[in-house]
Structure formats: C-alpha cells, structure tokens
Design a protein around this ligand. Structure first.
Ligand code: CO
Length: 134
C-alpha cells in the first residue's frame, strides 16, 4: 500500500541554525521557511535527489512538536512520511487493521498542499508515520 518515502522530518529548536547546517555544512538545496499555522510548525524543505528532509520548528504556543523538543532538546527525527495513492482508502484499510489514526481521522492539507494523516507511533515500531496522498 505505501509507496515512496516522501520525506523525513527533523524537529529543531532553531530553524536558522538547522538551515545553515543543511545549506552550508551539508551543501544541500534548502528552501525559505514556510509557516503552517494549522499544523503549529514552521517548515524548511531540504530537497535531495531521492527524497526530502523537512526541518520543523514550533509555531505558536501549543505546537505539536513542543513536547518532543522538551524530551529531545538537541532536536531529532520526528516522523517519516510515506506516499499513498488514495488517502481515504489507506486510512480505512489501516483502521480496519487496528492502526490508530491521530486527530479526528480527517486528512489535513500538509506542507506540500496535499492531504495528510498521522498514525500512532505505538502501532508502527515507535515511529510517528505521516501518509500523504501523492
Ligand atoms: Co511531514
């Protein structure tokens, strides 16, 4: 059911510092910051030949990544995103298999303007999973 790895998301406290590491130390193609108030994050996209890295920093007072950064003050891998052809079909299949879909189960528009859902890390080897309709 899942397709390509769309991105790996890394939560960071300081988006400018993280962008510099990727742009200058690692020599990658790094975008300008994009604010996503609905998701409580500001995102920078790092475009690699075969996938993307998203650097996420908290936006607003109750950002969903604030707790993660409390536990991981240096930042860390926050989630990975797999592509699916049909997000509603994927959601229903996952739920039928007992997987927990986070939130109200309705896809939100993600950082790439496409519908996304998040899946409970306890059901997926301790890793928060995002699925995106590609
Ligand atoms: Co993501």
């Amino acid at each position: 059911m899942i397709g390509r790895l769309n991105h790996v998301a890394i939560a960071v406290r300081d988006l400018d510092a993280a962008s510099s590491v990727y742009r200058w130390t690692l020599g990658a193609d790094v975008s300008a910051p994009v604010r996503l108030p609905e998701h409580g994050v500001t995102t920078v996209f790092v475009t690699l030949p075969n996938t993307k890295i998203e650097l996420l920093a908290p936006l607003g007072s109750n950002s969903p990544i604030a707790k993660f950064l409390e536990r991981n003050p240096d930042g860390g891998i926050h989630h990975i995103c797999y592509e699916v052809d049909d997000i509603l079909l994927a959601r229903d299949r996952l739920k039928a298999q007992g997987a927990r879909v986070l939130g109200d189960g309705k896809p939100k528009i993600g950082a790439h303007g496409k519908p996304v859902l998040f899946l409970h890390p306890k059901d997926f080897c301790g890793t928060l999973i995002e699925i995106e309709e590609a």
